[in-house]
Design a protein. Structure first.
Length: 317
C-alpha cells in the first residue's frame, strides 16, 4: 500500500469515528455543560500542557546527548514544540519527527543518530505509557469501586501481549548487536549499526531510567491536565486512580496509527472508560471533547515558534 492510500484510509477512519461520536452525542446537553464549565480549571488544564512540552524537549535532548549529538536545551524545547504541532496537525502524525531530524541533520550531520534519537524518544515514551497502564489496571483489578470489572483483566491481557511483543522485538535487536559475524551481510550491517545505537540507551540501565523518568513526569502532567478538564465540568467524584486509567488508556489509544493525530480513538476511549466507571454519558462526552480540545491547544506554542523561526541550529562549520 502506497503512502497516499494509507493516508486516505487514515483520514477516512478519522472522519468515520468522529462522525459516529457526533451522531451519538446529545449536543444540546453537551453544549450546556461546556458553556457552564469553570474557566479557571480549563485555563489550568491548558497551561499544564506547556511544562509537558518542555519535559518532552528535555527528554529528546537527553537521548540525543547519549547518542553523541549534544543539543542546546533552548533549541531542544522549541523544536519539540514544533514537533508536537506538526504531529498533531499533519495527517501522517510523524511530520514533526521528520522536521526535527531534518533540522538537526542539516546543521550537525549524523543522520543515523538523529533518526535513532527520534525513534527512541517515541519508543521510550510509549514503553513508559504501556507499563503505567499495566500498573494502573493491576491496581484497578485489585480494587472494587475503582475497578473496570472484567474489562480490567481483558485489557491487561491485551496490553501484556503487546508488551511481550515489544520485549521480543527488543531481544532480537540485542541478539543482532551481539552477533558480530553478521557484519559480513550488507543489510545486516545497517541493522547492526542501529542496534549499536539502541544498546547505547537500552542496555545502559542508568540512562534508560533517566529517560524513563522524564517520560513518567510527562505522563503525570497529562493526567493532571485531564483531571483539571474533568473538574472544570463538575466531575469530581472519580478517584485519582480512575482519572489516571482514563488518561493513560486514551493516550495509548491515540498512539495507535489508525487515525489522524489519534482523533476519534482518544475521545472514544475516554467516553468508554468514564462510562465504565459510572459517569453519565453526556458528561463523559463533554470531558472527552474538552480534553481533546485542550490537547490540540498544545499546537499553539509550536505554531508561534515555527512562524517566528525560533528553533534554529547554526550550521556546522
Amino acid at each position: 500500500m502506497n503512502r497516499r492510500a494509507a493516508l486516505a484510509l487514515k483520514v477516512i477512519a478519522t472522519l468515520v469515528l468522529l462522525g459516529l461520536l457526533a451522531y451519538k452525542a446529545d449536543w444540546n446537553a453537551i453544549g450546556a455543560l461546556l458553556l457552564g464549565a469553570s474557566p479557571g480549571w480549563i485555563l489550568l488544564s491548558a497551561l499544564l500542557g506547556f511544562p509537558c512540552l518542555v519535559v518532552g524537549g528535555l527528554r529528546w535532548r537527553q537521548i540525543s546527548a547519549y547518542l553523541g549529538v549534544p543539543l542546546p536545551w533552548r533549541f531542544a524545547v522549541l523544536c519539540s514544540m514544533e514537533t508536537i504541532t506538526f504531529n498533531l496537525l499533519l495527517p501522517g502524525s510523524i511530520g514533526g519527527d521528520i522536521l526535527r531530524v531534518a533540522k538537526v541533520t542539516r546543521a550537525l550531520g549524523r543522520f543515523r543518530r538523529n533518526f535513532a534519537a527520534a525513534v527512541f524518544d517515541r519508543a521510550v515514551n510509549l514503553g513508559v505509557l504501556l507499563v503505567l497502564c499495566l500498573v494502573l489496571l493491576s491496581f484497578s483489578a485489585l480494587g472494587s469501586g475503582d475497578s473496570l470489572g472484567p474489562r480490567s483483566g481483558r485489557l491487561g491481557i491485551v496490553l501484556g501481549a503487546l508488551a511481550t511483543a515489544i520485549l521480543l522485538g527488543l531481544s532480537v535487536l540485542i541478539l543482532i548487536f551481539r552477533l558480530r559475524p553478521l557484519r559480513r551481510v550488507r543489510f545486516a550491517r545497517e541493522v547492526i549499526r542501529f542496534a549499536t545505537l539502541f544498546a547505547m540507551i537500552f542496555l545502559r540501565p542508568k540512562r534508560l531510567a533517566t529517560i524513563g523518568l522524564w517520560s513518567l513526569v510527562g505522563q503525570c502532567l497529562i493526567i493532571a491536565m485531564f483531571a483539571a478538564a474533568a473538574t472544570s465540568l463538575g466531575l469530581t467524584d472519580l478517584t485519582l486512580l480512575q482519572l489516571s486509567i482514563g488518561t493513560t488508556l486514551a493516550i495509548l489509544a491515540a498512539s495507535v496509527p489508525l487515525t489522524v493525530a489519534g482523533l476519534g480513538l482518544r475521545e472514544g476511549t475516554v467516553i468508554w472508560t468514564l462510562m465504565s466507571f459510572g459517569v453519565d454519558e453526556t458528561l463523559a462526552y463533554s470531558v472527552a471533547f474538552l480534553f481533546g480540545a485542550v490537547l490540540i491547544v498544545q499546537a499553539l506554542p509550536g505554531i508561534t515558534v515555527w512562524m517566528a523561526g525560533l528553533a534554529q541550529l547554526p550550521r556546522r562549520a
